[in-house]
Design a protein around this ligand. Structure first.
Ligand SMILES: Cc1ncc(COP(=O)(O)O)c(C=O)c1O
Length: 370
């Protein structure tokens, strides 16, 4: 069986993890959150990405919460988010009392459609929040210009796109605030939970740093400058991520090569019931390789029979979820979000897949369409 979610992501790092646990667990400081290792990882990621301020926190959702809060979103403020995405793009806004406004997505790339997003901007709009999806970054140059033109904040959800580069600029560094996630299966996932906020703005950085630790400034204990959260980062995981960082570029490259190979193999079926992600490297992230397939359930069953794990992301668009019904006006529709919800099927793209496995997966998909 080739699993979609492999259980052995950190197989090569077992000994290192035990060593980190032992060293931190027996160190005289007994510091397990927001210590030197977290600060070091933040600096390493800042050096790598060019972000002026990098703030590590409890999860990708935590990072998005801190970003939305720091952007000043509250009751009466509208935030434009994609209708087809992971739910934190909507829940973080709603949890702060903001109004979620759902924009439809592009039917081929699955990222938020800039034309539709712009048509939804009103005098109440406070931010737009494009998210990169699966293997494709949103059109950030266009969103940057849009945000400036309308005087709204740009929050970039790069949870799935760490390490991706568009026009020479790293994912997460296009927005006033950008976020990444360290959830296990993400490109730079970890052995637990974590995330980061990126910003070039020193004032926003100060706010985010305070918000992640109950509004404190890191110097004066029990002095609360603002009402915040517990979204602190774990020292064990910080050390683990620093250990994994040197191999990150190589793992990303391996994912990209697998994607190149798949896209090459699948191109002959484009328009014959299959839409593979567009080829290329600019603005691509390869977190997940997702096909759009008319006969999705049949292909899924075919691959399952061949012992190939697949995954369907977001089978119901966000505005059609009971949780977000308050933000969906009756009669309103998001046709492309509904279409890609019904058609997307992700196939394995792990860096440690062997060439034989990759070939076998591609052969199996091609056989189905032949
Ligand atoms: C687009 C997007 N945003 C936010 C998140 C939240 O990240 P986390 O799971 O680390 O809370 C995810 C996680 O899957 C995501 O895919």
């Amino acid at each position: 069986m080739i699993p979609f979610f492999p259980p052995d992501l950190f197989e090569a790092d077992r000994e290192v993890m035990l060593k980190i646990l032992y060293e931190l667990g027996t160190s005289p400081e007994q510091r397990f959150i927001l210590g030197e290792s977290t600060a070091m990882l933040e600096q390493e990621i800042a050096d790598l990405t060019g972000a002026r301020h990098v703030i590590a926190c409890g999860s990708g959702t935590g990072a998005l919460t801190l970003a939305v809060h720091a952007a000043g979103i509250g009751p009466g403020d509208e935030v434009v988010v994609p209708a087809f995405c992971c739910q934190p793009v909507a829940s973080t806004v709603a949890n702060l009392g903001g109004t979620v406004v759902f924009a439809d997505v592009d039917p081929l790339t699955m990222v938020m459609d800039p034309d539709h997003a712009e048509s939804l901007i009103t005098s109440r709009t406070r931010a737009i929040m494009p998210a990169h999806v699966f293997s494709i970054m949103a059109d950030m140059p266009r969103y940057r210009r849009m945000a400036e033109r309308h005087g709204v904040a740009l929050i970039e959800d790069a949870a799935v796109a760490q390490g991706a580069v568009l026009d020479g600029r790293q994912a997460g560094c296009w927005g006033d605030l950008g976020v990444v996630s360290f959830f296990q299966v993400k490109a730079f996932g970890t052995a637990g939970e974590g995330g980061m906020v990126f910003t070039d703005d020193p004032d926003l950085a100060t706010i985010v740093r305070q918000l992640r630790n109950h509004g404190q400034d890191g110097k004066h204990r029990f002095l609360h400058h603002r009402i915040g959260y517990n979204s602190r980062f774990d020292e064990v995981l910080a050390r683990f991520q620093s250990h994994r960082l040197p191999g990150f570029a190589e793992r990303l490259e391996r994912r990209a090569r697998i994607a190149d190979y798949y896209s090459e193999r699948f191109s002959e079926f484009t328009g014959r019931g299959l839409v593979p992600p567009p080829k290329g490297r600019n603005g691509r992230c390869y977190y997940v390789y997702s096909l759009l397939v008319e006969r999705r359930e049949d292909l899924r069953a075919y691959l399952t029979e061949r012992q190939i794990g697949t995954h369907i992301y977001y089978p119901v668009p966000l505005p059609l979820q009971p949780a977000f019904s308050a933000f969906a006006t009756p009669g309103e529709s998001w046709p492309n979000a509904s279409l890609v919800s019904a058609r997307n099927l992700a196939i394995p793209i792990w860096p440690h897949l062997t060439d034989e496995q990759v070939e076998y997966i591609a052969d199996s998909v091609c056989e189905f369409f032949e």
